[in-house]
Design a binder for this molecule. Structure first.
Ligand SMILES: Cc1ncc(COP(=O)(O)O)c(C=O)c1O
Length: 378
């Protein structure tokens, strides 16, 4: 029997050597490698744009989302619209401000926020929308931007899954007010823990840069090196969200391979999709005007729990994305969400199973997974 984990990061000697170099340099926290990673990430995201934006690194996507909401001035009592089909971080960051995450149902085909249901949720207190590009597939950004414009709302994109993804040809990271990426261990660019915010807005960029390090006016790198000076001022009530050069060393090497890794995931997705056509397995549906990163490959079946157990017995790791926010006890009790308000998310949640999809999967492993999925799916 094969043993196929749900995820395994693509790590080679190149990553290991650069991490060792970072450690040997004696500068372990945010420093030259982090600055280089930010610059290269920025160049990558904005490569097709006439004008370059900013990229601000931090230690997670959760941190990036928190910094983004701080930058737009979210306040106690405000409301932010988020899809219920997301990882809890998207809603959690709103609560950091004593603000309310207002949950929106999702579409059955993409599992993304259902834009036709957003306007009904808008009140005088609504300040922002956080679309989540589920599994890497971009949300209906034109419609979201139109609603945001009409009601004067900010758009903070949760792009934890969406590197690299494109909406009508544009890279995700160049569209909303601020976009937040994740470099968590299972993500399409993995540094263990890590995140990045991108924006065209210079003020937001400055604000996030300062607040990721205690609201201090300059980075430690500026203060401790021979180039710098010891003097600094605290100009905001900041946070401690900076990343390290060890993580950034991983990020720099992974970034070089990000297009190749996407191509590999795309090949695997194509193999899955052609095998599942005309069977009981419903494969993911990608809208024609966008490109997904293929961070996740989520099928829908009628016997999800049974299929999960059977695949586990056959040595195949799978997962479920996501338990909707409105079902988690803390959120349900605190914000009084009603299960019946989210019929599509409930349906999608019951049927969904995420299959392994990562560059190092071999052809035999993919064929083995397909074989077992088709054997047990109902
Ligand atoms: C949709 C979504 N948003 C945010 C996050 C949080 O990312 P991080 O672990 O980098 O904070 C995740 C992580 O899995 C996620 O899936």
């Amino acid at each position: 029997m094969k043993q196929i984990p749900f995820h395994k990061a693509h790590i080679t000697d190149e990553e290991i050597n650069l991490v060792v170099e970072a450690i040997k340099s004696g500068w372990l926290t945010m420093g030259p490698k982090t600055i280089e990673f930010e610059e290269k990430f920025r160049d990558y995201i904005y490569k097709d744009e006439n004008k370059k934006g900013y990229a601000i690194s931090c230690n997670s996507c959760t941190a990036a989302l928190h910094l983004a909401l701080k930058a737009i001035g979210l306040k106690s009592g405000d409301e932010v619209i988020v899809p219920t089909n997301t990882f809890i971080a998207t809603a959690e960051v709103v609560t950091y401000f004593d603000a309310k995450p207002v949950l929106c149902d999702v579409e059955e085909n993409t599992h993304n926020i259902d834009v036709s249901k957003i306007e009904n949720l808008i009140t005088e207190k609504t300040k922002a929308i956080i679309p989540v590009h589920f599994a890497g597939q971009p949300c209906d950004m034109d419609e979201i931007l139109n609603i945001a414009k009409k009601y004067n709302l900010f758009v903070i994109e949760d792009a934890a899954h969406a590197l690299p993804s494109r909406y009508k040809g544009r890279m995700i990271g160049t569209i909303g007010d601020i976009t937040c990426f994740s470099f968590y261990a299972t993500k399409t660019l993995a540094t263990g823990e890590g995140g990045m915010a991108t924006t065209f807005n210079e003020n937001y960029a400055k604000n996030m840069k300062i607040n990721r390090l205690h609201g201090i006016s300059r980075d430690a790198w500026d203060r401790y090196t021979l180039k710098g000076s010891w003097y600094y001022e605290v100009v905001d009530n900041g946070l401690k969200y900076n990343t390290t050069d060890i993580n950034s060393a991983l990020g720099l090497t992974q970034l070089k391979k990000v297009d190749w890794m996407k191509k590999r995931r795309e090949e695997i997705a194509n193999m899955y999709t052609s095998a599942f056509k005309g069977t009981k397995v419903i494969p993911p549906e990608i809208k024609t005007d966008r490109e997904t990163s293929w961070h996740l490959y989520v099928i829908k079946v009628n016997n999800r729990d049974e299929l999960y157990d059977k695949l586990k017995e056959e040595g195949i790791g799978t997962s479920v994305h996501f338990i909707p926010v409105h079902k988690h006890p803390y959120y349900k009790n605190t914000f009084k969400y009603k299960d019946s308000d989210y019929p599509v998310a409930n349906y999608v949640f019951e049927k969904s199973l995420s299959l392994p999809i990562y560059p190092d999967l071999t052809k035999e492993e993919i064929e083995y997974i397909i074989d077992k999925v088709l054997k047990y799916a109902k």
